[in-house]
Design a protein around this ligand. Structure first.
Ligand code: NAD
Ligand code: AHE
Ligand code: ZN
Ligand code: ZN
Length: 369
């Protein structure tokens, strides 16, 4: 069938919205009509050429929501008409990883997903007979996409697509990093670096679990108001700190953060986040993804003296199990999404969404179809 998609033809170039061809779902796959998709910084990371796994031409997008409109042979867990959120971290419930409670990183289809292909090693998308790569197994910058059934979470039908698409990455990543990865206790002092679409969800996760100090750090002064809106108690703009940032934060928190979070993808910030964690027990969680070739460093003494460095993908969430619950939290008013969605645009205007991100304007742009 013909579908409308934003194609990343080359690294560093704007996306091109055009008509491409999509084959129907094969064994174990579903066809989803995408109703909305957010634009996450990771889409920009790949579009820009910074992603070592980036492949072109590809249909990017991984923060979607829509309706199952067709199912391939053998599909049992979802049916036509089901409302779903695509999962870039699938949940097969039978691989070695799914069976280990210590991880959410289902590996059932990871190798083909990383090659921009469906699990059978082929692509469903093409243009003029030439294959286009899938992206993160989701390719939500298209009004229709095909996904393995293990890569969709069924959600309630009264949830608005143009809001809950954000649960497909940003909301779950931020809140999940607090609850699943760090397992933050009530009363903890925490520091969040980078108050964008992910960092603000870390902040609202910290508010949810009853953290004490919630310190937000961002170089964009406009983020002070944003952080406070979701529970931040203190704002620090590194550009306004005299002297080094780390001792400033350690002093502000009375010894360092019990938990610190990097939501920037900048390896220097990751180091500052680790080193501003409390001596003896502070844990620092890396959420941001760093460009090809970038590496983290610190003095081993930082770890010898009890700080812990951890990372998280999709907030440690098991998508088919946890995503429907997070949608319920939103529908029940336990978490906020609406105010973070600062622009809703049409697919034809998708490059404007990337420009807004570059200018640090707004928090999340959502494309509706
Ligand atoms: P964003 O662009 O919305 O926000 C980034 C924020 O970081 C901005 O507010 C920016 O001003 C701030 N910032 C930049 N440099 C800074 C610095 N030196 N010090 C302090 N603040 C700084 O991006 P986002 O969508 O929130 O994504 C954040 C990061 O998380 C990206 O690297 C993204 O790829 C990554 N991410 C990871 C996962 C995961 O599963 N691990 C999931 C989603 C996003
Ligand atoms: N391809 C990059 C890494 C990108 C990355 O870490 N992606 C996160 C999700 S970011 C969502 O916005 C993730 O899920 N990682 C686990 C995985 O298996 O990809 C690189 O550096 O190669
Ligand atoms: Zn994302
Ligand atoms: Zn699995």
């Amino acid at each position: 069938m013909d579908v409308r998609a934003a194609v990343a033809f080359e690294a560093g170039k704007p996306l091109e919205v055009t008509t491409v061809q999509l084959e129907g779902p094969k064994e174990g796959e579903v066809l989803v009509e995408v109703h909305a998709t957010g634009i996450c910084h990771t889409d920009e990371f790949t579009r820009s050429g910074a992603d070592p796994e980036g492949l072109f031409p590809a249909i990017l997008g991984h923060e979607g929501a829509g309706i199952v409109v067709d199912t391939g042979p053998g599909v049992t867990s979802v049916k036509k008409g089901d409302h779903v959120i695509p999962l870039y971290t699938p949940e097969c419930r039978e691989c070695e990883y799914c069976l280990n409670p210590k991880t959410n990183l289902c590996q059932k289809i990871r190798s083909t997903q990383g090659q921009g292909l469906m699990p059978d090693g082929t692509s469903r998308f093409s243009l003029d007979g030439k294959p286009l790569h899938h992206y993160m197994g989701t390719s939500t910058f298209s009004n229709y996409t095909v996904l393995p059934e293990i890569a969709v979470a069924k959600i309630r039908e009264d949830a608005p697509f143009d809001k809950v698409c954000y649960v497909g990455c940003g909301v779950t990543t931020g809140i999940g990093a607090v609850i699943n990865t760090a397992k933050v206790e009530p009363g903890a002092n925490c520091i969040v670096f980078g108050l964008g679409g992910i960092g603000l969800n870390v902040i609202q996760g910290l508010r949810l679990v009853g953290a004490n100090m919630i310190v937000g750090v961002d170089i964009n002064p406009a983020k002070k108001e944003w952080g406070e809106r979701f529970g931040m108690t203190h704002f620090v703009n590194p550009k306004e700190v005299e002297g080094d940032l780390v001792p400033y934060l350690v002093n502000l928190t009375g010894g360092g953060g019990d938990y610190t979070f990097d939501c920037t993808g900048n390896v220097d910030v990751m180091r500052a986040a680790l080193e501003s964690a409390h001596k003896g027990w502070g844990e620092s969680i890396i959420i941001g993804v760093a460009p090809a070739g970038a590496e983290i460093s610190t003095r081993p003494f930082q770890l010898v003296t009890g700080r812990v460095w951890k990372g998280t993908a999709f907030g440690g969430a098991r998508g088919r199990t946890d995503v429907p619950k997070i949608v319920d939290w939103y529908m029940d008013g336990k978490i906020e999404i609406d105010p973070m969605i600062t622009q809703t645009i049409a697919l034809d205007d998708i490059n404007k969404g990337f420009e807004l991100m570059h200018h640090g304007e707004g928090i999340r742009t959502v494309v509706t179809f």
